[in-house]
Design a protein around this ligand. Structure first.
Ligand SMILES: [Zn+2]
Ligand SMILES: [Zn+2]
Length: 87
C-alpha cells in the first residue's frame, strides 16, 4: 500500500464513523440510507416501501420521514400522508 492509499483508507474509516448515526434522530445507529436523498437512517426512522417497477416487479425501498411523504420521491406518498397525519 502506498502513502496515498493509506491516507485514503484512514479517511474512509473516519468518514464511516461520522456516518454511523441516523441523520433524523441522531441517536440510533445508521442502518440503511434513504433511497432518495441517501441520508443515513436507523431502523426506526426508515420507512419501508415497495415500489412498482415495470410490469409486476416491485423493488424494496427505504425512505426518510421527509421523502416518504413527498410524491416527487415516493409514488405512494399519498398513503403515507394519510398514515402520518393519523399517528
Ligand atoms: Zn433514527
Ligand atoms: Zn430522504
Amino acid at each position: 500500500m502506498n502513502r496515498g492509499e493509506a491516507i485514503f483508507q484512514r479517511f474512509r474509516i473516519e468518514g464511516s464513523v461520522m456516518d454511523e448515526l441516523c441523520a433524523d434522530c441522531r441517536k440510533q445507529k445508521f442502518w440503511t440510507p434513504c433511497t432518495w436523498c441517501k441520508k443515513p437512517l436507523c431502523e426506526a426512522c426508515s420507512r419501508f416501501e415497495l415500489l412498482a417497477e415495470g410490469c409486476g416487479t416491485v423493488v424494496p425501498a427505504y425512505f426518510c420521514a421527509t421523502c416518504v411523504v413527498d410524491p416527487f420521491c415516493n409514488p405512494n406518498a399519498i398513503f403515507w400522508q394519510m398514515k402520518e397525519t393519523d399517528a
